[in-house]
Design a protein around this ligand. Structure first.
Ligand code: ADP
Length: 534
């Protein structure tokens, strides 16, 4: 506005030159010549408008300077003089550069040729800049928005008008905005890192139940595609096939995220998720996200994977069941037989058979307890193998020699190549593996059938096999027989805890090998395991 007005001021000045009268006189006296009344009234209009312009310029907060083509001040408004600390009347006729001391924002000097006022009255090019500091007479400075406009008349530059305004507050507001923005960005980045590094699955929903944010743990667990995240809550949740811990379908309205969207805060809801064929036991918690006025603007859910914890709990239950049930069998025999001895101590035959049964049952109990202890030790890695080179041929011969009387060694045949490389294994562990496989092979096959030990070797691995012609293993049992406490249904013999093959697997794997079985029900089974060549 000021600039536009100043252009008109330039026009007023030219007009003053033409009429050659001071401004106050023009404004006060009507024309003295009656024959020129029209001219006089036009003149009066101009004077009024010039006065009006001047009034406006004097009332603005902007500093306004009028300059002649040499850069001398022809006009300085009150604000301009006040802002810089001068008396306005002392400035007219002075060079603009003596009055306005300015530097760039960083304090570096400003060449006169770059100065906006100079450019306007010298080259006819106006300029607007915020890249400057103005220095007051008292030595203080302030950031300024500085603009210049040339004034043309008849194609010539007749002067310039410069205006400036103190933008300290604007700059402070901008700096504050920038500081706030940086703060928001920092907090957002912090939040992002926090969400990403949380090990629990974290999901944020909008008020319609659409997923707006998931951390990597949630992406891994739930496996939703970007399109699935936008599905309605119930439709998307159905993809997880959620069950209760008892195996019943989990009601969607009780899923923590849905409860939170309904305004509830829930903790520790145990669910079994089945996303994409996987299974996760999770403990879910959720809370609504509210705006300051209490509106629900979303919800946040956290799923803690408790699958490992659940398995541990199952193992504990298995263990309790096994200890209470399977260990009680031989114990009851011992008890019963001991009572017989108490009742008929004189019956020597009865006492002898009872004593035999007691010894057998006690040995079975002992073996079971040993299996239990070993399996726990293996799981907690307390049984580290002490490996050494072992010649399999002599090792197996010695083992069978020692086993005479304990297992039916006469049913066992050995087939090995003449030259075998030594394997790297822990002899005690290897004996345990072989004894477990041999006793199973003898146990689950007819009393007169043969059990065959075979070995084949490459230059890196030896593969040891134990084959029987026994009952075999049903296809549905085969994948599970190396699991803890697993016993095939129907063919199980009361002696074991279902730990023998589990222990064998742990021992083979601890020595860097692999164990597996092939079987045909009714025809027999072959168990294989590998050991590295020394
Ligand atoms: P257990 O002490 O009950 O024998 P194992 O872990 O040694 O436990 O074996 C697990 C199950 O695998 C057994 O209950 C049995 O059903 C089956 N099994 C193991 N070896 C044989 C075999 N040679 N022939 C048939 N079934 C076998």
């Amino acid at each position: 506005m000021v600039n536009a007005m100043m252009q008109e001021m330039g026009a007023e000045k030219a007009h003053r030159k033409q009429v050659e009268k001071p401004l106050h006189e023009l404004s006060e006296s009507p024309s003295a010549r009656p024959g020129r009344e029209r001219d006089a009234s036009a003149e009066a209009d101009m004077v009024r408008s010039a006065q009006y312009m001047r009034l406006l310029l004097e009332s603005t907060d902007e500093g306004v300077f009028g300059l002649d083509p040499q850069g001398l001040c022809t006009y300085v408004n009150a604000s301009g003089a006040r802002i810089l600390g001068y008396d306005p009347s002392a400035l007219v006729g002075k060079r603009i550069h003596e009055i306005i001391h300015h530097t760039r924002n960083d304090g570096s000097p400003y060449p006169e040729s770059d100065c906006p006022s100079h450019r306007a009255y010298q080259t006819g090019q106006g300029l607007r800049t915020e890249d400057e500091l103005f220095w007051r007479r008292d030595g203080s400075s302030f950031p300024v928005e500085y603009a210049s406009h040339p004034i043309f008349m008849g194609g010539n530059i007749v002067g310039a008008v410069v205006s400036f305004v103190d933008i300290t507050e604007r700059k402070q507001a901008e700096a504050e905005r920038a500081r706030l923005l940086a703060e928001v960005r920092r907090v957002a980045a912090e939040l992002n890192v926090t969400l990403t590094s949380i090990a629990d699955a974290l999901v944020i929903y909008d008020p319609t139940g659409e997923i707006v944010r998931m951390n990597p743990a949630a992406e891994d667990m739930l496996g939703y595609t970007p399109a699935e995240r936008k599905l309605p809550f119930a439709e998307r949740t159905a993809l997880l096939h959620i069950d209760t811990p008892e195996g019943k379908p989990f009601p969607v309205e009780q899923v923590p995220g849905q409860q939170a969207l309904n305004g509830e805060t829930v903790y520790g809801v145990v669910m079994v998720l089945h996303p994409n064929g996987k299974t996760f036991w999770v403990s879910g918690s959720a809370a609504p996200i509210r705006s300051p006025d209490g509106q629900i603007v979303g919800a946040v859910s956290i799923f803690t994977d408790i699958t490992a914890l659940h398995e541990l709990q199952e193992q504990r239950e298995d263990l309790a069941r096994t200890v209470s049930h399977d260990l009680r069998n031989p114990l009851q025999i011992i008890l019963g037989r001991a009572q017989i001895i108490q009742r008929v101590p004189g019956n020597e035959k009865m006492v002898l058979t009872s004593a035999e049964a007691i010894v057998t049952s006690a040995k079975r109990m002992n073996a079971m307890i040993q299996d239990l202890v070993d399996s726990v030790r293996l799981e907690t890695r307390q049984l580290q193998p002490q490996k050494q080179p072992i010649d399999l041929r002599s090792f197996v011969q010695e083992l069978l020699g020692r086993g005479r009387g304990m297992v039916e060694v006469e049913r066992i045949k050995v087939r090995m190549p003449a030259h075998l490389p030594p394997v790297s294994a822990d002899p005690d562990r290897l004996e345990r593996i072989l004894m477990n496989l041999l006793s199973n092979a003898l146990k689950y096959s007819p009393p007169d059938s043969e059990v065959l030990i075979g070995v084949e070797a490459t230059d890196r691995w030896a593969r040891i096999s134990v084959a029987d012609r026994g009952v075999g293993i049903a296809p549905q049992d085969l994948p599970h027989i190396f699991e803890r406490f697993y016993r095939a249904k129907g063919v199980r013999k009361a002696e074991g805890l279902g730990l023998g093959l589990y222990i064998a697997r742990m021992l083979v794997e601890a020595q860097g090998g692999r164990i597996w079985a092939e079987s045909e029900p009714g025809k027999g089974s072959t168990f294989y395991f590998t050991l590295p060549v020394a």
